[in-house]
Design a binder for this molecule. Structure first.
Ligand SMILES: [Zn+2]
Length: 406
């Protein structure tokens, strides 16, 4: 049994569009109400028990009685909102994650979404181009291929450019993918900043500098967008001051500002699509070539605190890369192993001894050391390749240990 997600572009009609925006509004309202309730409870009594998603679902009934328009939208979407808020609180409570407190949602955000849960066949793929969604009926979509399976939930989304998408999550009986042939090859991967990855066989994969290429364009258009927004705000203030009969009151009435906003959103989307595409290709190749892949356990939350590293990390998309590797290894019957990255650069992969020559260096100086000779065995070591070989050794040792335990 595999859980698979498909993203499809939706082409809703006018009636469906207005129903969708009602649902975006209602789920946002429920999110903000529930969040305010949790905050208020805590403020009044810090010992008060946090209300989980089931408790919040029970509160939907009185909320609907007070605000009857909530009954006009898909009720599973309101429950899914409580689930999401609950998840956000769980991440916030988890000391390891160091996530921030859940935030209120604003209707000013151009991108909006809601999730609808499957109950009694209310969601169905009708044919290659029609998806049945609660309260919306048959929505036209375009996509390559959607596998048959039991739909769990669908997230409907409008992006900053005003395009609609649905992410369909389904459980498939069939194994969606044939296991890849065994290659009897193993690899350790060091995730780096100068290079995206260094493999234990010495191969390097370059950093993705898409955002540097596109950065110039994005910056030009962001400046235009800011200037046009300022001008629009001035004109709105002028209309108000002059007491015009029909004053302009919304940024939506300024097409040139909207055009700049769309361009910025488009450029940013292009960067992320290209990045995603590259990661897809890289991870497929790795899963094809190796039976066992060893990577370090990531602690991205901790690292993001270091502001200099943060940009490089978000560019590299390590987290995404590891997630892709994880599900592809599952799909194709390969093994992904996580190891503790501690000291993987300082220990010699030949003799296993830690090099204490660098103990006095600070983080910055230490990062600048690229090559050295091991003081114990004399092996010439390259920082990154040494690390990836240590990662591989640790992974293989872990497999051995598990075999002994079994
Ligand atoms: Zn050595």
């Amino acid at each position: 049994m595999a859980v698979i997600a498909f993203k499809v572009r939706l082409y809703p009609n006018q009636k469906q569009i207005s129903q969708m925006s009602r649902t975006f509004g209602s789920t946002r309202f429920v999110w903000n109400q529930m969040l305010a309730m949790q905050n208020e409870r805590y403020k009044n009594n810090p010992q008060a028990k946090y209300q989980n998603n089931y408790a919040m679902n029970l509160m939907l009934k009185p909320l609907k009685a007070e605000y009857p328009w909530l009954k006009d939208v898909d009720s599973t979407a309101l429950q899914a909102t409580n689930d999401h808020l609950h998840d956000a609180f769980q991440r916030f409570f988890d000391p390891e994650l160091e996530n921030g407190h859940p935030k209120f949602k604003s209707k000013k955000d151009y991108a909006q979404s809601y999730t609808t849960k499957a109950v009694n066949q209310n969601i169905k793929v009708i044919d290659n181009h029609h998806l049945k969604l609660p309260k919306l009926g048959h929505v036209y979509f375009r996509a390559g291929r959607i596998l048959n399976g039991k739909i769990k939930r669908v997230t409907v989304r409008i992006n900053a450019q005003g395009q609609y998408y649905a992410t369909i999550l389904l459980e498939s009986e069939k194994q969606a993918f044939k296991p890849k042939d065994k290659t009897n090859q193993v690899v350790g991967i060091d995730l780096g900043l100068d290079d995206l990855m260094i493999l234990s066989n010495g191969q390097k994969v370059n950093m993705m500098h898409f955002d540097l290429e596109a950065k110039q364009q994005v910056r030009i258009w962001e400046r235009k967008m800011a200037r046009r927004r300022r001008n629009a705000q001035k004109e709105m203030a002028f209309d108000k001051h002059e007491k015009l009969l029909l004053p302009r009151t919304s940024l939506k009435q300024f097409p040139r500002y909207q055009q700049a906003r769309h361009t910025v959103a488009k450029l940013k989307r292009q960067v992320s699509e290209r990045r995603y595409d590259r990661l897809q290709k890289l991870t497929t190749q790795l899963v094809q070539n190796y039976d066992v892949i060893v990577v370090e356990k990531l602690n991205t939350q901790g690292m993001l605190k270091n502001r200099h590293l943060a940009r490089a990390i978000s560019n590299a998309g390590w987290g995404k890369l590891v997630t892709m590797l994880k599900y592809k290894c599952d799909w194709y019957g390969k093994q992904l192993i996580f190891v503790d990255p501690k000291n993987t650069s300082r220990i010699c992969h030949q003799c296993g001894q830690k090099n204490h020559q660098f103990d006095s260096l600070n983080q910055h100086e230490w990062l600048a050391v690229r090559e050295w000779d091991c003081p114990t065995c004399g092996t010439h070591l390259n920082r990154d390749i040494n690390a990836s070989q240590n990662i591989l050794h640790r992974g293989l040792a872990q497999i051995e240990k598990e075999k002994v335990l079994v």
